[in-house]
Design a protein. Sequence first.
Length: 213
Amino acid sequence: MTNIYLIRHTTPAVGKGVCYGQTDLDVTETFMDEAAIIRQHLPSPFSSVHSSPLQRCSRLAEQLFPENALRLHPELMEIHCGEWEMRSWDDLPKEEVEPWMKDFVNISIPGGESYLDLHRRVTGCFTRIHSGLPAQSLAGSPEGPIAIVAHGGVIRSILSHITGTALIDSFKVFSLHYGCVIRVYGPPESLQYEILSNQAPLEKEQHKPKSFY
């Protein structure tokens, strides 16, 4: 039976209200404490570890799984925010933001991606990882679980994919906080998921202009 653990990165070192996607942000001083909480919800050992190459994910993967060779996948990076990267959400031009907010699934961020673009590359990568599961380990014992360390948008795309959830509804259905741990399990044709850890932060994340809340 499939066992894949989806892990969102810890708190990134960025100010609240800043738009970021593929910017290679560092982690905050709470990194080790957050990683310790995540570790409590993981079995051992893992057969393979896959991660976004952005350091907020790859550093966490290295910290959690020092015994595993880390496999980096550009397809697991967060949505590309193009011209909006590292700009304040509240300072973005209204004529650019409003159409995107009305249809962020299909409309691309200027110079970046749409949510559908993200979904397509993420689910393609997830399918390759999932379908590549060997039946037996080199030692001849049943293969251990797989870990994927990635971003909120990436994990929502995977969960939408396996549950048939419409992308437009994924933010409402899947409320994922920094450091969340989700186990995907079951036969390939009917994957299910369970949330193992998902602690809400003291301060709510902001990923759109305040006027849209």
